[in-house]
Ligand binder design. Structure first.
Ligand code: FAD
Length: 532
């Protein structure tokens, strides 16, 4: 019989012991009595600084009777659930599908369509990987911004220059498929069991290219520097994609997965009256500390233990009832990066390599921007609000793609002294007054919250802490509306998808939304309802 034991506490170091040995110690007998043991999940429990441990879930097959055996406190053993089926049959008459965007949503949509025998054309406005990496490196060393090859646009989408965290709060059977796809294309198999899977930008770049090549080998066509500029409709339903050079590509279904930075695309959709609504998002700064400082606070006496990865944190402060301030997309061992995609606008975010060994820790420090803050009922007002503050950040950086920066202590004191702690940011952190590029209500939230964060993480507001602006692209400022069958609520044949459409918030959830959309398209093409 196959079993699953959950919440099994393991001392630091024990996570490396052979699984059969752990099972023998728990249930008795010999290691040979536990067949095919698999580590299903491993999470760090750092609630008690003096007793940091792991919690594990293991599955295994044994003929032994396990009832009546006393387990460590909290642990439970039960028959293992069956793995969900994933195979599907090809549809008899595949529709012509165009997918816009090669980010996780577009790419995983394409992969799932291929399972149904539907061979999509994937349009990507940006450059293929190697060209994109060169353009981004140029910007980060003080060169020009390439509007179609930057941290937002190009092969692999926004997550390519990212921390590569594959965590998600959604629960969906397709998550396993997404993680397995990354592993099949070069990611460390550990991501299948870690509670906080992380691949890093270096690995995700390689995976993205290999996944794209695998999709091409199965019949998908990826076209780079191919920007969707317009749509054609017949009887209200989408009938063709129009590229920036005027080329028209006829289609029966168009998957729109352009990410949250495709402002010209949103304007085009708005012109056509595609159903959408304003959406709240969050805005603020990136905060950066030495990684040591975070490790000391989070791990206490266990700091430096070889089983412990560079520490992360998550902090929230509801000091005012109107909106919370919180950390966002924390990157241990990472760097703060320039993520601009528009001329004359500065945007910061964070990324890391798989080894997370930069010596710095950074995180977004943001507060909610409600739709009422946009100052207009225009459906794209949130997008214009973002742009306005990104342009203010550009001016505060001396009209460069540096990042305006201020020490946390200066920010709290409300005076810019020009003294900046060390930073990973390139090309240059520009000493500035962040009051010039943050709305008053965000400044107020952050000033109220930072002392609270300092109580939770010792040193958070110390002299070594730096703020860089502006963290404005936390999520999409619009939501495209979908009907129950996944199509646009206004235009049949159009499938809004992923983060830009407001249906995902990260790499894995965007990939899962891509898969969801592929299922809807396949169902419309006659495939039986798939329920994994
Ligand atoms: P995107 O990944 O944005 O992809 C959209 C693609 O569409 C882009 O490649 C774009 O060039 C293309 N496109 C846009 N308009 C057009 C058009 N008109 N025609 C053709 N192509 C078009 N998430 C995590 O889960 N973990 C992380 O660690 C993490 N770190 C991040 C770090 C950074 C620096 C950034 C910027 C984001 C990070 N994210 C992270 C967020 C994550 O990248 C996004 O949630 C995810 O990529 C969204 O996927 P998507 O496919 O919906 O859109």
């Amino acid at each position: 019989m196959r079993y699953l034991i959950t919440n099994l506490p393991l001392a630091l170091g024990d996570e490396k012991r052979p699984l059969a040995e752990l099972l023998t110690a728990l249930f008795g007998g010999g290691p040979g009595e536990y067949r095919d043991p698999v580590l299903e999940r491993l999470s760090l429990d750092a609630r008690h600084k003096g007793a940091i441990r792991f919690l594990a879930a293991l599955s295994f097959t044994t003929a032994r009777r396990l009832d009546g055996i006393e387990l460590p406190k909290g642990a439970q053993v039960a028959p293992a659930p069956a793995s969900p089926a994933w195979e599907v049959a090809r549809v008899a008459r595949p529709p012509r599908v165009v997918v816009v965007g090669s980010g996780p949503a577009g790419t995983f949509c394409a992969l799932r369509l291929l399972d149904y025998g539907i061979e999509p054309i994937v349009l990507e406005r940006g450059a293929p990987m190697s060209e994109r990496v060169r353009a981004v490196a140029g910007l980060w060393s003080g060169g020009p911004l390439d509007l179609d090859a930057n941290a937002q646009f190009g092969e692999g989408g926004a997550g390519t220059f990212s921390d590569g965290k594959l965590t998600t709060r959604i629960g969906h059977p397709a998550i396993r498929f997404v993680l397995e796809t990354f592993v099949q294309h070069g990611a460390n198999p550990r991501i299948l069991h870690l509670a906080k899977p992380h691949v890093g930008t270096d690995v995700i770049r390689k995976c993205s290219v290999l996944i794209r090549k695998a999709a091409e080998a199965r019949g998908a066509r990826f076209r780079f520097r191919a920007r969707l500029a317009d749509l054609r409709f017949r009887d209200g339903a989408v009938s063709a994609a129009v590229l920036a050079d005027g080329e028209e590509i006829p289609c029966d279904a168009l998957v729109l997965a352009p990410g949250h930075s495709a402002r010209d695309t949103f304007e085009m959709l708005h012109r056509h009256g595609v159903a959408m609504r304003q959406k709240a998002f969050a805005m603020g700064v990136r905060v950066e500390h030495p990684q040591d400082l975070i490790d000391r606070s989070q791990y206490g006496p266990s700091q430096g233990h070889p089983s412990l990865a560079p520490a992360d944190y998550k902090v929230v402060c509801n000091f005012s009832t109107a909106r919370a301030a919180y950390s966002f997309c924390m990157c241990p061992g990472g760097e703060v990066i320039q993520c601009a995609s528009e001329e004359g606008g500065v945007v910061v975010n964070g990324m890391s390599n798989a080894r997370r060994d930069s010596g710095f820790a950074n995180s977004g420090l943001v507060a909610k921007v409600n739709t009422a803050d946009f100052g207009s009922d225009h459906l794209l007002a949130g997008m214009y609000f973002q742009r306005r503050w990104e342009q203010a950040a550009y001016r505060a950086a001396g009209e460069t793609y540096g990042a305006p920066a201020m020490s946390v202590q200066d920010f709290l004191a409300g005076k810019a002294t020009g003294r900046l702690p060390a930073t990973s940011f390139r090309p240059r952190a520009v000493p500035s007054d962040l009051a010039l590029c943050l709305p008053d209500f965000i400044q107020e939230q952050l000033r109220g919250a930072i002392p609270d964060f300092d109580r939770k993480i010792r040193g958070f507001a110390s002299r070594q802490a730096l703020l860089l602006a502006i963290e404005s692209r936390t999520s999409s400022p619009v939501q495209l509306l979908r009907a129950e069958n996944g199509e646009s609520a206004s235009h049949p044949g159009l499938y809004p998808c992923g983060e830009g459409a407001g249906f995902a918030g990260g790499i894995t959830s965007a990939a899962v939304d891509g898969i969801r959309v592929a299922e809807w398209i396949a169902r419309k093409a006659g495939a039986p309802v798939f329920a994994p």
